[in-house]
Design a protein. Structure first.
Length: 632
């Protein structure tokens, strides 16, 4: 029993599809060589069988020599046993070669997906990448499956040619020249097949991409009533794929028909010539039997050659698609010269905005333009090296893009605004590395205020998470993602809008727990948000305006001194003081559908409502304004 894929897929040759296929062949050369040996032995036994039968007829039956007949019969039984054993071993090695090539290709694509950052999604849709990994990788494997049979067919063809020459030089020439000629005639059908298979692959890729995108946005489509539009588009793509597949089927049918015609014509001509020589006395009766056996055997090399060419065409198309994916430059990669990261917690300095993140602090970044603060978070997390080379971020004394990527990923963790969950148990989702006990996992869940998630789980942490966590609400996914970020124990943790989908009371609990969990020496936390409740829990808040630092201080200091900051965090225009009534209901996104138990308006006084909105107590002067805002 062998396990696939191997731990290290290696560095592929991406200069051309042929070079990539050759690189795969060299990577599994031991298995391929064994397959060629067993395939050669298998076909050699098949090729020798007619010779043994003919010899048994001439030397045993016709000559009446029982001992010679026994010899040839025993030899025939031996050939049959060797043929059976070699056929079994050839099949095992052929399947192994197929699996190695397919899984190695899929492994390369998977590795590229996890290491390319945002570069791959910008060039390919999810469906195209999935189709490349699932379909094209298997097509590539097929060519290595047929290699053993193709090598054996060549050996068998040469052996039969030699044996036929021993009987008749005229028939020997027929075999020597006729078999390659028959194979060449099939190329006239194979060339259109190549073009049609390429078109069918492209159509199938587009259909898969459209299907994946439609499924991913199904909830949104249902909400806006756009399902019928995408169903019609998918129907059109499916129809195009079907028509392309029909054209491929036409070519395959033509190929099968031509094979029958060409091979049949060759077999009839070969047997007819042999029969004429037998009637004229040029060859013996046993030799005629052998010639008929050779004619039957030679059908196999011709068919195998045609099958190999067809599979190579599919593999060539698949290899080109895989190369397109693998050749996409990664957004991040280790430079030729790397420098070690700081040995102790150090400041992160962004040269574009001028933001300085002091080590061991809870820091927040607020911007009137959310894209600016999101770009800052991406730079701090080293998501695009090309950007960092121009807009450098320093981590202590080192340029962040020169620090080894593995070290950056282990010490600086960015939790994105769009939660991503995968299939598996909830325990595996929250602690993929398995480094924490259940008690530690539950402690992180408490920090994220996500205990209510377990109300609908029968098996707790052992419950299976559906694809993309669709069984959870948006707020639950967001809080589970926050818990997962907490369990990384990262030296620097960057959170992008971690509470945008929860209600004010849940947000308040998260802010308190976050300060308790991450407000320790050595832990640096950066929160990109405009939520007053989170901002009130921060040690320092940096306000960006026009892409640069406008002011820095505590949340209350900025509320008191900076009207522009006040307008951003409480969504109010032209309000006096920081206690003015906001437009929202206590979160950074008033229009969002919040997750959790929303408080009853009748049980929340105006002062508490204003505090939830701004993160500070309202002043006495604007208390009446707050009351009016709460009523609204």
């Amino acid at each position: 029993m062998r396990a696939f894929p191997y731990p290290d897929a290696g560095s592929p040759d991406l200069r051309s599809p042929a070079r990539f296929l050759w690189w795969l062949a060299r990577a599994e050369r031991g298995t391929l060589l064994a397959g060629v040996v067993f395939g050669s032995v298998w076909t050699a036994c098949q090729a020798l069988t007619p010779f043994v039968l003919g010899s048994a007829v001439d030397q045993g039956i016709v000559a009446g020599n029982f001992s010679r007949l026994t010899f040839w019969v025993v030899l025939l039984v031996g050939l049959t046993l060797v043929q059976a054993a070699s056929a079994t071993l050839r099949h095992r090695t052929a399947v192994s070669s197929w699996m190695q090539a397919a899984y190695r290709s899929a492994q390369l694509v998977g590795y590229k997906v996890t290491r390319s950052g945002d570069a791959l999604p910008q060039k390919f849709s999810t469906g195209e990448v999935v189709s490349t990994s699932a379909s094209d990788a298997m097509r590539i494997g097929e060519i290595y499956d047929v290699c053993a049979r193709l090598a054996g067919s060549v050996v068998g063809y040469l052996l039969v040619t030699f044996l036929v020459f021993q009987t008749s030089w005229q028939l020997g020439l027929v075999v020597l020249l006729g078999v390659p000629l028959c194979g060449a005639m099939l190329l006239f059908v194979i060339r259109p097949l190549q073009r049609r298979q390429k078109d069918q692959r492209e159509a199938a890729g587009k259909m898969t991409a459209l299907g994946a995108d439609t499924v991913a946005g199904l909830r949104v489509l249902r909400g806006i009533g756009g399902e019928h539009i995408f169903v019609e588009r998918y129907r059109e793509r499916s129809r195009e794929t079907q028509l392309a597949g029909n054209k491929v089927a036409y070519s395959l049918a033509d190929l099968d028909a031509v094979q029958v015609l060409v091979v049949g014509a060759f077999s009839v001509a070969f047997t007819w010539i042999g029969a004429l020589q037998a009637v004229s006395g040029q060859i013996e009766a046993g030799q005629l039997v052998a010639l008929y056996g050779y004619a039957v055997f030679l059908v196999s090399p011709i068919r195998t050659a045609a099958d190999a060419v067809s599979r190579f065409i599919r593999a060539h198309v698949g290899a080109r698609r895989i190369i397109d994916v693998l050749a996409t430059p990664s957004a991040v990669h280790d430079a030729g010269t790397t420098v070690p990261g700081p040995s102790s917690p150090s400041a992160l300095v962004d040269s574009v905005t001028g933001v300085v993140i002091a080590p061991g602090t809870l820091s927040a970044v607020v911007s009137g333009d959310p894209a600016q603060s999101a770009d800052l978070a991406r730079r701090l997390g080293r998501f695009e090296d090309a950007v960092l080379r121009e807009a450098q971020v320093r981590w202590g004394e080192a340029a962040l893009h020169l620090v080894p990527l593995r070290e950056v990923r282990s010490r600086i963790v960015v939790s994105d605004a769009e939660p991503q969950l995968f299939t598996g148990t909830l325990r595996e989702e929250l602690d993929p590395a398995g480094r924490h006990s259940d008690a530690e996992i539950m402690a992180a869940i408490e920090v994220a205020s996500a205990a209510d998630v377990f109300d609908g789980l029968e098996h707790g942490l052992d419950d299976e998470v559906t694809e993309k966590g669709r069984s959870f609400s948006g707020g639950q996914r967001q809080r589970l993602t926050l818990a997962r970020a907490m369990l990384t124990d990262a030296e620097v943790l960057v959170l992008i809008e971690p509470t945008s989908a929860v209600d004010a009371h849940t947000e308040s609990r998260i802010a308190t727990a976050l300060r308790r969990k991450r407000g320790t020496a050595g832990s640096t936390t950066v929160v990109v948000t405009a939520s007053p409740l989170l901002l009130g829990a921060m040690d320092t808040v940096t306000f960006l305006e026009n892409g640069t630092v406008r002011a820095q201080g505590t949340h209350r200091e900025l509320l008191d001194s900076l009207p522009a900051y006040r307008r951003v965090v409480i969504r109010g225009e032209g309000m006096e003081g920081h206690g003015g009534a906001p437009d929202g209901a206590g979160t950074n996104d008033p229009a969002a559908a919040h997750d959790g138990a929303a408080p009853d308006a009748s049980g929340t006084n105006a002062t508490d409502a204003a505090k939830a909105r701004t993160g500070v107590e309202p002043s006495a002067e604007n208390h009446e304004t707050v009351q009016e805002g709460a009523k609204q």
